[in-house]
Design a protein around this ligand. Structure first.
Ligand SMILES: [Zn+2]
Length: 140
């Protein structure tokens, strides 16, 4: 029984989610270093994160499946105006676009300076917010 690594996660929730998604498609897979990373997230970087291990015979299938899943999630992040996927999460220093964001900006302090993070579409220039989008946080 030979297992190969097809993906690496830096957080437990993502890893568990993908594992469940692959398992539901009858992929024989498991997570390596899962416990280490969960107990001590700081070690995560040192050991290279949580590895998604898949049985060799299902490597192609699992990789393809994972790619499909991730692409699908990217589509959810597509520009609402032109559907382009050429969208990045950026910091903008535009003025709040309406009274509501100005109001919350006032409440939240930092936003009062006019610094907001938005999704910017490089295709049509549209900017939008998706507060609850999974995996939207920027990695430093
Ligand atoms: Zn667009």
């Amino acid at each position: 029984m030979a297992f190969v690594k097809i993906y690496t996660f830096d957080n437990y929730i993502d890893a568990q989610l993908r594992l469940a998604q692959l398992k539901s498609e009858d992929i024989n897979c498991w997570l390596q270093d899962e416990n280490t990373v969960t107990i001590d997230p700081i070690i995560s970087n040192a050991i290279g994160g949580i590895k998604l291990m898949v049985h060799e015979s299902q490597k192609e299938q699992a990789t393809e499946l994972l790619r499909t899943i991730i692409n699908k999630e990217k589509e959810n992040r597509a520009c609402p105006k032109c559907q382009s996927l050429n969208v990045e999460y950026i910091v903008t220093n535009r003025k709040p676009s309406n009274w509501l964001s100005a109001f919350f900006g006032y409440l939240l302090g930092g936003y009062a300076l006019g610094i907001t993070k938005v999704y910017h579409c490089f295709n049509c220039g549209h900017e939008f917010n998706l507060e609850d989008m999974p995996g939207q946080e920027t990695k430093s």
